[in-house]
Write a protein that binds this ligand. Structure first.
Ligand SMILES: C[S@@+](CC[C@H](N)C(=O)[O-])C[C@H]1O[C@@H](n2cnc3c(N)ncnc32)[C@H](O)[C@@H]1O
Length: 310
């Protein structure tokens, strides 16, 4: 037996030793079944398509500053809600689409990124920096298209509100069969990055497109979308604008559309103190492709919410 075999067996035994008899039996029958082989093939396919997103991420790194924030942007830590503890001293932007956990660890080892900041100079009194990401991670994006949304999105239009570097758009392009994928982004430099990537990777411009605009000026696009994805906007809009945007979405997103957000809508609307105006607007939906949950560490995605607009 090679050293590698021993190591793999060690890892498996370590895992199995935590299981009770029933769990062990169920795993045994899964491994001896046909569905295990199919699951394994599908997992490999997912890993392969993730590599494509890695390539896109590497191309974007060449176009944006290390912190992936543009000098033309006004990014301000929110004063309300679950990110109100963020400020210039304790917070650092590490874009999850560009840098996954492994890459972050490497950057820290190379001294290019710090995890801590000093609370009190010359002492060991340090605290952990808060890492926030303005983009969704590759894994979260796969989870959206492979677990949450229906498998068949043919004839459906996907809209990413505030598409930034384009992470959601590329995932929709490669992980779904959506017929139209549109990003609306108010920052011109971010739009330029997305256009360059779409061109560089020869994506079909009849299917994927970026529009430089404030979303509130494009009600036509909101009204024609079937799937609307909104990553939290707290760092980019002030409280009044944020409220206006939700009233705008309530007015223009059509009934029956899917809305996906990476924070519960109850939390977002309660923090803005407008929850009561949105009662019965959304119905929480269960994932459409539950059979694919096996490919993901579900706990990592508890912050992704799928709603149907009522
Ligand atoms: C948190 S980032 C989301 C990036 C991307 N959707 C993702 O999940 O990877 C929010 C983006 O929304 C943009 N944004 C904020 N308000 C907007 C508005 N009213 N219209 C268009 N874009 C907006 C910001 O410029 C920023 O790039």
């Amino acid at each position: 037996m090679s050293d590698e075999d021993v190591n793999i067996k060690f890892r498996l035994l370590d895992l199995f030793s935590d299981l009770d008899e029933n769990e062990l039996q169920s795993i045994e029958s899964w491994i001896c079944s046909r569905s295990y082989k199919e699951d394994l093939e599908n997992k490999k396919k997912l890993k392969k398509s993730e590599k494509l997103l890695d390539k896109i991420g590497d191309a974007i790194k060449k176009l944006v500053p290390f912190e992936a924030e543009m000098s033309s942007e006004q990014i301000v830590a929110p004063t309300i809600g679950d990110q109100a503890d963020c400020n210039k001293v304790n917070t650092c932007h590490v874009d999850e689409f560009l840098y996954d956990e492994k890459q972050v660890t490497k950057l820290v080892q190379q001294g290019k990124l710090k995890r801590h900041y000093c609370l009190d100079c010359h002492s060991r009194n340090v605290d952990e920096l808060i890492f926030i990401s303005h983009s969704m991670s590759k894994q979260a994006l796969q989870y959206i298209f492979k677990v949450l949304l229906p498998k068949d999105l043919g004839e459906k239009n996907v809209l990413d509100v505030g598409s930034r570097l384009g992470a959601v758009l590329y995932a929709a392009y490669y992980f779904s069969n959506a017929s139209k994928i549109v990003g609306v982004e108010m920052n011109k430099d971010c739009c330029d990055v997305q256009d360059k990537i779409i061109g560089q990777f020869n994506m079909d411009i009849n299917r994927i497109k970026v529009i430089h605009s404030d979303i509130m000026e494009r009600q036509d696009i909101v009204e024609s979308s079937d799937i609307i994805i909104i990553n939290v906007l707290d760092f980019f809009v002030d409280i009044e604008k944020h409220k206006e945007m939700w009233y705008f979405f309530k007015k223009h997103i059509k009934k029956g559309s899917y809305l996906i957000s990476n924070r519960s809508m109850a939390d977002t609307l309660n923090t803005l103190d407008i929850y009561e105006d949105f009662l019965n607007w959304l119905i929480i939906s269960k994932p459409n492709q539950l059979e694919n949950e096996v490919f993901f560490d579900v706990e990592d995605y508890s912050e992704l919410f799928l709603y149907i607009v009522n």
